[in-house]
Ligand binder design. Structure first.
Ligand code: C5P
Length: 244
């Protein structure tokens, strides 16, 4: 199992707030996620600063554009030194393939580490109504399975999926080492915020998630380090139980 499955979403407004959380959670969080709010506010300078302080970054910008544009954005994410970045599987196979190829070529040519590229299947805030609004007739589960298979066939290293759909991904994709990252994780008793297809950290890892992403339950806690530690402990009990 991975040493630390917890990715903390740095969903804050400014670089100083983000850096304060990084220092409070150093040695507790396995990775820090920089998403569109913080990246729009603080940009690549902050990402470089977090990485040069020795921490790993998941760049969560969910690229979705024409294949050439996404591939070139992926090259810049590689140069930035992030450990993981993501793109929308619904952007299609060509977009994912071209990105995987461009990233591998850039990493080889420039002697850089190749980041893992993961594909967003169906957002954890989406439910049947949301899919219906978009004209979809498939259930979230069917769509997640289909997009996960497409992502695997298109050279992705893994997917982002709701904890409730990890089983669907594992059943569909047999590739060893295929990463499943699950947001929409809520410790028992925590509020849901805008997340709809949620599970506890224990349920997410028992279902086979490699990483869980947690934002508001940690950021909104009076003691973020303690909240993060409790989530890790819950997942460790879980691994010990499943290994037994
Ligand atoms: O605060 P909360 O724990 O809901 O944060 C979840 C984080 O994971 C947010 O930064 C959100 O953008 C991200 N995310 C998500 N669903 C996805 C992909 C990413 O909630 N499918």
């Amino acid at each position: 199992m991975k040493t630390n499955k917890l990715i903390v979403a740095l969903d804050v407004e400014t670089a100083p707030e983000a850096l304060k959380l990084v220092s409070e959670l150093r040695g507790i969080a396995g990775m820090f996620k920089v998403g569109m709010q913080l990246f729009t506010s603080a940009g690549p300078t902050l990402v470089r600063e977090i990485i040069s302080s020795g921490e790993r970054v998941f760049l969560d910008l969910k690229y979705h554009d024409i294949p050439n544009t996404v591939a070139l954005a992926g090259v810049e994410a590689t140069r930035l030194g992030v450990s993981i970045f993501n793109i929308h599987a619904s952007g299609g196979g060509e977009m994912m393939r071209r990105t995987a190829d461009a990233v591998a070529r850039c990493a080889d040519a420039e002697g850089l580490a190749r980041p893992s590229i993961i594909a967003v299947t169906v957002l954890t805030s989406a439910n049947a109504n949301t899919l219906g609004e978009l004209g979809g007739t498939s259930s979230a589960k069917d769509l997640v399975g289909r997009l996960a298979l497409l992502a695997e066939a298109s050279g992705m290293d893994g997917v982002v999926a709701s904890p409730r759909e990890v089983g669907v991904v594992r059943a569909a994709v047999k590739k060893p080492g295929f990463i499943v990252v699950t947001p929409g994780v809520r410790p028992a008793g925590a509020g849901l915020d805008d997340q709809k297809r949620v599970a506890t950290p224990r349920e997410a890892t028992l279902a086979g998630a490699d990483y869980v992403v947690v934002g508001r339950p940690i950021l909104g806690a009076s003691n973020p380090a303690q909240a993060a530690q409790e989530i890790i402990e819950e997942m460790e009990i879980n691994s010990a139980t499943s290994a037994a």
